[in-house]
Design a protein around this ligand. Structure first.
Ligand SMILES: NC(=O)c1ccc[n+]([C@@H]2O[C@H](COP(=O)([O-])OP(=O)(O)OC[C@H]3O[C@@H](n4cnc5c(N)ncnc54)[C@H](OP(=O)(O)O)[C@@H]3O)[C@@H](O)[C@H]2O)c1
Length: 243
């Protein structure tokens, strides 16, 4: 498979795990369109790094909670030429025990993690189907697979994404569009910076947090030539946290 000039859109592709996914797909030969809410130095340095690799990088500014805004940005960016790969990586956590959970904590997490998937993937799906090929990769979480205390909102959103991936895979497989989820465990990013390592590390058989690059490597595999019969699956990247 020759990936030259193929385009990957990465929702939330300028920071953390998403940034590594953007860089890895650029290394794999994709031109990339990572999104962020507000373009800043981090996005500019990412674009510079991609261009040094000889690939194009178009930063898209969008908030995945803003349905109309996201649709407009995506239509302006891609028009009738849908990307070959879409990675839905945007996500937030606002943890609290359910009994104390504020409406805003529930709404913010569901709107970003689950509604955001609809708001960014739905505008592109018709064009992707018309191309009769391509890949959609959704970043879920181990919390969506098992449920996590203190994360009823986050677990619900990430389990919702798994359901969406499985159902969408059943709908679009015959059109040659492959849809899969990646479920990271505990990955070393801003999101996990404040986790108590003393408590968390003993739960992970590999006794370390994963790196964003280790997640990006699996996304790369799912977007590449060696995963053509993997469809509707949830690939865990968790050091054995969930077995
Ligand atoms: N770190 C972990 O241990 C872990 C484990 C399992 C799953 N995950 C999942 O992996 C994904 C990336 O997480 P991370 O660890 O890299 O966290 P992070 O460093 O906090 O990055 C969060 C990403 O989500 C984007 N985002 C947040 N709210 C958004 C919104 N309203 N609209 C558009 N984009 C928005 C951010 O984009 P901006 O640049 O606009 O801020 C950023 O790219 C998330 O879906 C997360 O749930 C992470």
């Amino acid at each position: 498979m020759n990936d030259r000039n193929r385009i990957a859109f990465i929702a939330g592709g300028c920071r953390g795990i998403g940034r590594e996914i953007t860089l890895r797909l650029a290394k794999d030969g994709f031109d990339v369109a990572p999104s962020c809410r507000k373009r800043g130095p981090e996005a500019e340095s990412l674009a510079e790094e991609v261009r040094k690799m000889g690939r194009e990088c178009r930063i898209l500014e969008l908030d995945v909670r803003d349905r109309e805004g996201a649709r407009k940005v995506l239509e302006a960016a891609f028009g009738d030429d849908a990307p070959d790969v879409v990675v839905y990586n945007s996500g937030i956590a606002k943890d609290n025990l359910f009994v104390f959970m504020k409406e805003s904590q529930w709404d913010d997490v569901l709107e970003t993690n689950l509604q955001g998937f609809f708001n960014t993937v739905h505008p592109l799906i018709f064009g992707m189907l018309a191309k009769r090929g391509g890949r959609i990769v959704v970043i879920s979480s181990a919390s969506g697979q098992t449920g996590q205390a203190g994360q009823v909102n986050y677990s619900a959103s990430k389990a919702g994404l798994i359901g969406a991936v499985k159902a969408l895979a059943r709908e679009v497989g015959r059109k040659g569009l492959l849809v899969n989820a990646v479920a990271p465990g505990v990955i070393d990013t801003e999101m996990t910076r404040d986790l108590p390592k003393d408590t968390v590390l003993p739960l992970i058989p590999l006794r370390r947090f994963g790196s964003a690059a280790e997640v990006a490597g699996v996304v790369s595999f799912l977007c590449g030539p060696d995963s053509t019969y993997i469809h509707g699956q949830v690939i865990a990247v968790n050091g054995g946290l969930v077995i």
